[in-house]
Design a protein around this ligand. Sequence first.
Ligand code: HEC
Ligand code: HEC
Ligand code: HEC
Ligand code: HEC
Length: 183
Amino acid sequence: MKRTVGSLVVILLMAFILTGVMAQAEKAQYIGTDKCKMCHMSKSRGQQYPIWKESKHSKAYETLASEQSKAVAEKAGVSGDPQKAEECLVCHVTAYGEPKSKFAASFSMEEGVGCETCHGPGSEYKSMKVMKDLAADKIDPATVAFKAGDKETCLGCHNEKSPTFKGFNFEKDYAKIKHPTPE
Ligand code: HEC
Ligand code: HEC
Ligand code: HEC
Ligand code: HEC
């Protein structure tokens, strides 16, 4: 009997901790690429922000306003402004379709495909302490909604559903956008 009660307490405690951890990850919000900028600018840290800014990902929303986009939309049978069309926005901005509560006031979809598209919503991991702990493998990324970034993420957009799909090769295409932390 004593042992059963003991195990029950352990199970309840584990459930409690798990719920707490999940709740923290759950409340994570998209804060916008500008919030990552201050710590990811310098050469010594790897210039992730400028590398991203130069990449096509930062222009993905802007692109939807081009004449080419209007033609692409027409051909795909999408009517109206591509910058307002769900059929285009799903791949041309960060986290399209997630509930409003997931976005902080600092976020704007005009940033296009921002850092948080591949690394997860940043509100719970953006502090210096958490970032350093993540880099040192001291905390479980899932508890702060952080993702390292991988091929699966890319394939979510770089696929045949893209009306302009030209094929995707992870090794080659990742090399074009890579932004490692220097050793
Ligand atoms: C307060 C400063 C700060 C802010 C803000 C910040 N970072 Fe970091 N980030 C760091 C530091 C420090 C590291 C550890 C690596 C290093 O020394 O450069 C790091 C590491 C990372 C890593 C690599 C983690 C690993 O496992 O190696 C990623 C990815 C990352 N940051 C993404 C982001 C994103 C996305 C944002 C915005 C949502 C962001 N960071 C905001 C300071 C910051
Ligand atoms: C499934 C994801 C996805 C959807 C949906 C999507 N795009 Fe894209 N779009 C991409 C990707 C990825 C690229 C990069 C090039 C490529 O592989 O197609 C791209 C590139 C583009 C380009 C630049 C092409 C070039 O030659 O440089 C235009 C213009 C464009 N998209 C317009 C649109 C419009 C308009 C819509 C809606 C009708 C749309 N896209 C829907 C993923 C998508
Ligand atoms: C299109 C997806 C994508 C975007 C956008 C993106 N990243 Fe990454 N990032 C990755 C991938 C993939 C990796 C490599 C992960 C690995 O090596 O396991 C990575 C790695 C990193 C690293 C760690 C590099 C290392 O050496 O460990 C940092 C820091 C980082 N990203 C920060 C950022 C910041 C800051 C932004 C925005 C300014 C950003 N990333 C935008 C996909 C992306
Ligand atoms: C949310 C959707 C999305 C995700 C996820 C994504 N991309 Fe993209 N990517 C795009 C769009 C949209 C464009 C085209 C933007 C434009 O031309 O305006 C693009 C463009 C590119 C380009 C430039 C292509 C060219 O024609 O020059 C490269 C390279 C690229 N992505 C690599 C990656 C890699 C590697 C990953 C994963 C680590 C990734 N992308 C994840 C949507 C995405």
